[in-house]
Design a protein. Structure first.
Lengths: 302, 235
């Protein structure tokens, strides 16, 4: 199915929506230009184009004027101090902020050319295509099998096909061999690292295009973290991954592009996040352009 | 306002910086001392210089150990990473310059009995002056993180290269006039080579300082040629 069409709740609006959107005039950072500069990244398809994103909680501005593109089949990491808006921004990509009382997103995020924030777009369909893995593993209180089968069942996958979906998802999440003999037991019996891989398997069971990860390893030990990181590297061949992490070494290890966000307090003490620098990860960690990025990643910042 | 959250890490990096500056100073002093011993035929003084190089070797080793610790324990990035990489490269350059000073000192005994002509003596003194200047400027550029200063080292080294050429010509002219033996002439030529090499190490240090400050690795003509050939082969 055509990706633009599929996002629309009302098919009659589709033709109008199919008009290719103009590239955002104020795009400050062009991924392919950055790539050409760094000389190490091939120009890739753009999945998201974000133009002047501002996020408010009530009348409080949490994130100011973020403009960046996310490339397909890459891992993009968001780093920055607490309160810099990186998780807030991550939630913009699948309209999770809709679920927060008083939250408002200004600006446009184009997903394969379609503005996710136009009225005709169905947020549930967005969340199917743009899955999410959270900080704390949050399996359903169900069996391992049912955790994975839950989404596909809702999406109408036939009972006869479910076994394959479950096996495929668990295999891609590098968990199948560890759980194949106890699929009917509770997911709560798994270790923290296994639970997180289960959540990744659950996210990919509905065949998303993008997987958002919000600090997916912060509750895990180094071995479990290593497994998830390996998994992320494998998953990016099939999916586009955006990850928020407090662990800068993790961002350095696993991501292709890194966006550094910072936070500024106004005279009333309100703290607003902003994008400081967005560049290939290898550049950010060897020779960042902005002194604020350098100060943060080298620990010379409060 | 910048608040430091990795105080111990950055203090240890500052220590390595101070160690390197001290080592560079020892080399500069060594060049002057060994030149004086060479011109005076002071074999005792030259022996002291040879012994003193052990201290430089030990400092090199200690600085390198600190760098290994920093890399292993602190996961340096950005300017911190470039600093430690620069430090590691510089340790080798400075240590090698110290060895060259030792080599000149060893030549003092081998030149025992040679009567050096005023022109040869004058050129040794000028090579000494230029080698000290290059070493000191390279270390200043490092200590001050001054890429501009570092960038002029290459041109300064041309002066030393010219002096070296002039010196070799005078040494062999001196031999042809029957003033020194062929053994002494060869020994003197090798000594000239040691001064010239000290200048090259200073230039290498300066290139590393430019990398530290700008993040740009030095351009190398040979590497560029090889890259062009590789690209040609891939076509």
């Amino acid at each position: 199915m055509n990706p633009e069409k599929a996002l629309m709740t009302d098919e009659s609006d589709a033709p109008e929506m199919l008009v290719p959107s103009e590239p955002h005039p104020q795009t400050r950072i062009d991924v392919s230009a950055v790539a050409a500069m760094a000389g190490q990244r091939a120009a890739t398809e753009t999945v998201f184009e974000c133009g002047d994103i501002n996020v408010y909680y009530g009348d409080f501005l949490a994130l100011r004027d973020v403009t960046l593109d996310i490339a397909a089949h890459e891992v993009t990491a968001f780093i920055g101090p607490s309160g810099c808006g990186k998780t807030t921004f991550l939630r913009c990509f699948n309209r999770m902020n809709d679920l927060i009382e008083g939250a408002r997103v200004d600006g446009a995020i184009h997903y394969h050319g379609v503005n996710l924030y136009q009225d005709e777009v169905d947020p549930v369909e967005v969340r199917r295509r743009v899955g999410m893995v959270f900080q704390k593993p949050n399996p359903f209180p169900k069996s391992i099998y049912d955790n994975i089968a839950y989404g596909p069942r809702l999406a109408g996958v036939k009972r006869s096909a479910l076994d394959d979906v479950v096996e495929g998802s668990l295999t891609r999440a590098a968990l199948w061999d560890e759980v194949k003999d106890r699929l009917k037991t509770s997911a709560y019996g798994l270790s923290g690292g296994q639970q997180q891989r289960l959540c990744i398997a659950r996210a990919i069971a509905v065949q998303p295009d993008v997987v958002l990860m919000d600090e997916p390893c912060s509750a895990l030990d180094p071995i479990a973290t290593g497994r998830i990181e390996e998994l992320i590297a494998e998953l990016k061949t099939e999916y586009t991954i955006i990850i928020v992490t407090h662990n800068m070494q993790q961002a350095a290890r696993i991501s292709d592009m890194t966006a550094f966000f910072s936070v500024q307090a106004n005279e009333r003490g309100h703290r607003t996040g902003e994008l400081v620098e967005y560049a290939p990860t290898s550049l950010i960690f060897t020779n960042p352009d902005d002194p604020r990025t350098e100060a943060y990643i080298t620990g010379r910042v409060g | 306002m910048t608040e430091e959250v990795r105080t111990e890490f950055h203090q240890l990096m500052d220590e390595v910086r101070a160690d390197l500056v001290q080592m560079g100073g020892m080399v500069a002093e060594g060049i002057s001392a060994v030149s004086a011993a060479l011109l005076a035929g002071d074999i005792g003084g030259a022996d002291q210089i040879i012994t003193a190089d052990d201290e430089l070797d030990l400092l090199s080793l200690e600085a390198e150990e600190k760098c290994v610790q920093l890399l292993a324990l602190q996961q340096p990035v950005a300017v911190d990473l470039r600093t430690i990489l620069t430090d590691l490269r510089m340790i080798s350059e400075i240590e090698r310059s110290g060895d060259l000073v030792t080599n000149i000192a060893k030549a003092v005994a081998r030149l025992h009995g040679a009567e050096l002509e005023p022109r040869v003596r004058g050129l040794i003194d000028r090579m000494r002056e230029q080698a000290v200047k290059l070493t000191a400027r390279a270390m200043d550029a490092y200590a001050e993180r001054d890429a501009g200063l570092a960038s002029v080292l290459n041109d300064m080294d041309d002066v030393l290269d010219d002096l070296h050429n002039e010196y070799i010509v005078s040494v062999f002219a001196s031999h042809e006039l029957g003033k020194i033996s062929i053994q002494h002439a060869v020994q003197l030529a090798v000594v000239g080579r040691f001064y010239e090499r000290i200048g090259d190490h200073a230039v290498n240090v300066a290139e590393r300082v430019e990398f530290l400050v700008t993040g740009e690795l030095p351009e190398h003509l040979g590497a560029n040629r090889a890259r062009a050939r590789r690209e040609q082969d891939e076509k």
